[in-house]
Design a binder for this molecule. Structure first.
Ligand code: SF4
Length: 394
């Protein structure tokens, strides 16, 4: 099968093509006694996998796990605390909806708002820029997301914002955390499925050094069901053949060198520096921080960030039973957590993975987790499997 031939003509949810790809996958992994473990590093991949029931149709010996692909989930507690502190100290804090309910050490931004702080949900940095034009108050854009989203924040910084606008950056950069996962002694990952949108910015060539260094192949994939299945077939082939290379299975968006204009904006405004990814580890070069020449727009520089007063408000939340970190490192799955669906639900999240629409626990809770085709209760009968590619949420 030539995976790229006629790729642009594929109907991305065609059940027949999906079955053919599933059969191809089964043929590949059934020869491998220990099976194959693949990690994707993108909440959008997990959403598609869950929404379209893809994991249910994969051969048993192919294990597809989610890595640290949810930027909200990896935002560290002190980063949330800083945003809460700024809001409580009188700034207007504007942020994306997913960040609103993420628990901090003491409280979330949603809880701070309920106590009177001015916290606004925005859909873009430009909306935060407009807010700043409408008020004399300090407006802090609490920015989260990977390199894809950080480009929009960079554009906002370069747009000569009002003097009362600043950015509290919790932006993260994916390639360094892949290095951390690859180096973890307990890692089971034999291949990485890289996020097509991030690679559209960075280009696929960026992963070549990673492959060389860690001897783990990488395939860049898109987000429709057939995008994912094609990428899995190619990645499984690379793993089974011991072929250490990068393959672009998302050629309609991603190119070898990516979007050079976007990269220019990104690195004009941001520099990478080490930082803690919640529950995972300190990631060298994993955080995106404003460069010194934009320090006048950096909330870290503009405001007193001493968290003592906030941390003295009450005892810190107990989150020690949350295994988000292990889930994002690919060591556990949401259903391994005893709190999943019990004490921890989207309405009452204990950990960040149950808050964001890109968080593994929220996605598994929404779509029912790991459904198995077959005779088990709750399984999807063979006759209905085709629906899973045409009816989202099946
Ligand atoms: Fe954390 Fe809740 Fe997920 Fe458990 S179910 S890992 S407590 S977010």
């Amino acid at each position: 099968m030539n995976l790229n031939a006629g790729f642009s003509r594929l109907e991305f949810r065609d059940p027949e093509r999906a079955r053919a790809l599933r059969d191809k996958l089964a043929g590949l992994v059934n020869e491998i006694d220990d099976g194959v473990t693949i990690m994707h590093v993108c909440g959008s991949h997990e959403q598609s996998i869950a929404k379209f029931g893809l994991r249910s149709m994969l051969p048993e010996r192919l294990n597809v796990i989610m890595g640290p692909g949810c930027p909200v989930c990896v935002t560290d507690l002190p980063e949330i605390d800083e945003a809460v502190l700024l809001a409580q100290n009188g700034a207007t804090v504007a942020t994306f909806g997913d960040m609103f309910a993420v628990p901090g050490s003491i409280k979330s931004l949603a809880e701070a708002k309920a106590q009177g702080a001015d916290v606004r949900v925005v859909y873009s940095p430009q909306e935060a820029l407009r807010l700043a034009l409408e008020t004399d108050k300090e407006v802090v854009f609490f920015a989260s997301g990977f390199e894809t989203t950080a480009v929009a924040t960079a554009a906002a910084i370069l747009s000569k914002p009002a003097g009362n606008f600043s950015v509290l950056s919790a932006h993260k950069y994916i390639p360094p955390v892949m290095e951390i996962i690859a180096e973890m002694p307990e890692t089971r990952v034999q291949g990485f499925l890289a996020a097509g949108h991030a690679a559209t910015i960075t280009g696929w060539k960026l992963f070549e050094r990673f492959v060389e260094r860690h001897r783990i192949p990488v395939v860049v994939g898109g987000f429709e069901p057939l995008d994912i299945l094609v990428a899995l077939v190619k990645l499984t082939e690379l793993v089974c053949d011991g072929n250490l290379s990068v393959f672009n299975a998302y050629p309609r968006c991603c190119t070898e060198n990516g979007n050079l204009n976007a990269q220019k904006l990104l690195w004009e405004v941001f520099q990478s520096e080490g930082g803690t990814w919640r529950g995972i580890a300190h990631v060298p070069n994993g955080n995106l921080r404003l460069r010194g020449k934009y320090s006048f727009l950096d909330a870290h520089e503009r405001f007193d960030m001493d968290l003592t007063s906030l941390l003295e408000e009450s005892a810190p939340r107990l989150t020690q039973d949350c295994i988000c970190g292990n889930i994002m490192a690919g060591i556990k799955t949401p259903s391994d957590c005893p709190l999943f669906g019990n004490e921890c639900k989207p309405q009452n999240p204990v950990g960040a993975c149950m808050v964001s629409s890109e968080g593994a626990c929220k996605i598994w809770h929404e779509y029912g987790g790991h459904v198995i085709f077959g005779d088990e209760p709750g399984s999807i009968p063979e006759s209905k499997q085709a629906d899973c590619f045409t009816k989202p949420g099946c």
